[in-house]
Design a protein around this ligand. Structure first.
Ligand SMILES: C[S@@+](CC[C@H](N)C(=O)[O-])C[C@H]1O[C@@H](n2cnc3c(N)ncnc32)[C@H](O)[C@@H]1O
Length: 208
């Protein structure tokens, strides 16, 4: 009698919505009710995967528009045996504005996004009042938006956008050691070049 070793089924960590034209329910992304964090523009996913490994009791979804990076994140999640992380290939703005469930995200991370330095390209920048309105809608009460950039002008511009925004998210201090927060791939690269990062933290009041 021959014994065959059945290969372990590879888990695909890519999340493909059943419908792109309606808001998701939280349980469509992960079946359990664990807190859900979103990493917009997750790149190759080092931050996302480090977070997922550190917090197995939370769920994480990365959003990335480049297919090669999405596949890489999925492969890396499989290699690390993570069951609480998925990655979605879509535009971050669309996901925040139209797809994610309302009042249900515990933290949104936007780390080292493309700064679009030319003025004629500023319209591509994500950080603007309409984006903050979208975040306000999807964050749960007490939820947080965490932003980091190495680009001084984009940072100043983002502060102005935050000041122009009239919604309920409140800017908060973010001391270096406030909580576990792993470095992203771009952050490591830029810090190795001697650059430093600025950050913005905004919180949705717990009573909303
Ligand atoms: C500069 S990289 C930063 C990646 C990662 N957050 C890091 O810090 O290592 C920006 C990433 O965001 C992705 N990206 C840019 N605009 C996007 C958008 N509108 N929707 C989804 N992903 C986007 C890019 O493909 C790229 O992987």
């Amino acid at each position: 009698m021959s014994t065959s070793i059945r290969p372990r089924k590879r888990e695909n960590h890519e999340f493909i919505p059943s419908d792109y034209f309606r808001r998701l329910e939280k349980k469509e992304i992960f079946e359990n009710e664990a807190p859900l964090e979103v990493d917009l523009g997750c790149g190759e996913g080092t931050f996302l995967l480090d977070m997922a490994e550190k917090f197995p009791e939370r769920n994480f979804i990365g959003v990335e528009r480049l297919l090669g990076r999405v596949r890489k994140v999925s492969r890396r999640a499989e290699l690390r045996g993570l069951t609480n992380v998925k990655v979605l290939r879509l535009d971050s703005k669309y996901v925040a504005e139209w797809l994610l469930p309302l009042s249900s995200i515990s933290r949104v991370h936007l780390l080292c996004p493309d700064p679009w330095p030319k003025e004629k390209h500023h319209r591509h920048r994500l950080f603007r009042p309409s984006f903050l309105n979208s975040l306000e809608s999807i964050l749960e009460p007490g939820g947080e938006f965490l932003f980091k950039t190495d680009h001084d002008e984009y940072y100043e511009w983002s502060l102005e956008q935050a000041n122009q925004y009239k919604g309920s998210l409140i800017q908060a201090e973010w001391p270096e050691d406030a909580f576990f927060y792993p470095k992203t791939d771009f952050q490591r690269q830029w810090e190795a070049e001697g650059k430093s990062l600025d950050s913005i933290r905004m919180i949705k009041p717990a009573n909303l």
